[in-house]
Design a protein around this ligand. Sequence first.
Ligand code: SF4
Length: 494
Amino acid sequence: MRATSIFFLEYSQLQSTTAICPSLFNAATAQDGILSRIRLPAGLITSKQCEVLLGVVNRFGNGEIQITNRANLQIRTSQALIEEVLLDFQDYGLASSTESTDGLRNMMASPSAGIDAQAKINTIPLVKAWNFYLLQHPELTILSNKFSICFDGGEAIRVSDRPNDICLVAVEINDQIYFDLHLGLGDRGDSPASVNVLISQNQVLEVLAALTEFYREYTQQKLEQKTHSRSRPPRLRELLHDWGVDRYLQVIEKYKFRGEIPPSHPCKGGRINQHLGIHPQKQSGLFYIGVVIPLGRLTSQQLAGLANLAKHYGGGALRLTPWQNLLITDIAEADLEQVTQEILNLGLYILDHHPYAAIAACSGYKGCKSAFTDTQADAKAIASHLEKCMQLDYPINLHFSGCDKSCAQHHASDIALVGKDSESYRIYVGDYVGDGEISFGRELYAEYAAHELPQLMERLLNIYQSQRQNPEQSFREFVNQCNLQELREVISHA
Ligand code: SF4
């Protein structure tokens, strides 16, 4: 069944190009092609949807599919997607039924929602219900297309620390599940913070609807007053700073549950990339495998191979992660060895301390006008050098950013490499301890030549692995204790 006539009326404006938050109907032009983003609620994509997508990538694209840090997909094509493609995408649930709502499906859940024994609740039904609500409310399309909702069901793979405007975090009180409301109050990239409001699970959608409608009214007012800068819709955090959190929360006063919010549990084990590798599911006898996707980029053959594995050995779907990797779920124990081998045969990895698991990079100057450096190529050079010359034995996180905006990763990293000019990077390590605007970490080098980075990383990581206090001391803990001048000297003599 094809889409409604409303949709056909809108085709005259389809695939206009813009530099802001590309969607399927509003692609962005980059140096390396026309960039379209496919929003996938909770990062779920079925094997059949992969097949449809691959047909388009192979026909119009550059043979590559990219996972974003919001667990969506991006493709680059040489020309704007044609009507036939968009209609197919609609038929298979890869695009909204109308252009206007396509940019609004930005919602996140833990990649292990519904399969994690530690979780308090399966949030996938909530994601689907909220997605359905958004698609029924085209009046919400005036909102910033960065408006983002997150559901954290208390899984071992937490997502409550991901930057989102609204995050609902499951908590248990007297054997009942409630949601602790978190709002993105801080700066860009900060985790949402609890506002000490509990919501019962059967009122979550009403609460989200009320909060969203209030935000819509604020947006409309600002746009009508034309007081907002650059004529773009305001972000939710601007409402919170402008009108205050208390005023915003008044709109949900009647839904508030009076109770004491239990302390939130920390991430299991505190290790990064804990979703990678083989893990048991709460469903007895079934396992999921977290697959390392180098720099979040898959070839069409790799995606086809993974979709095939999900179809033949798993639950028929892939789960994309906000860390730009993916999970194949529902694999029987007897098939684990075979599936693992086939993943390796595709040129992918499952080890959480593989060099490619360590690195996140933004699109760099080939995909973004703000970039000083070719972050993708420089990140690849480091990963392939480390792969050949050393064995990492603890997961670490290197983050390449072409400029200060830090698109690929908003949270702090172990090592941050930030483009300075076309040939060099600023390098930061560990936790930032000052109060300036740039908070990548402590500055190890103000300028370092891009072509010398692989050798530098090898030396730095070897120093960490040979001088740390014990095998469980993370790179972050190690480097936070270091005197950086002394560390530079050790590196220069390594
Ligand atoms: S971090 Fe800067 S260079 Fe990289 S994609 Fe974002 S805006 Fe572009």
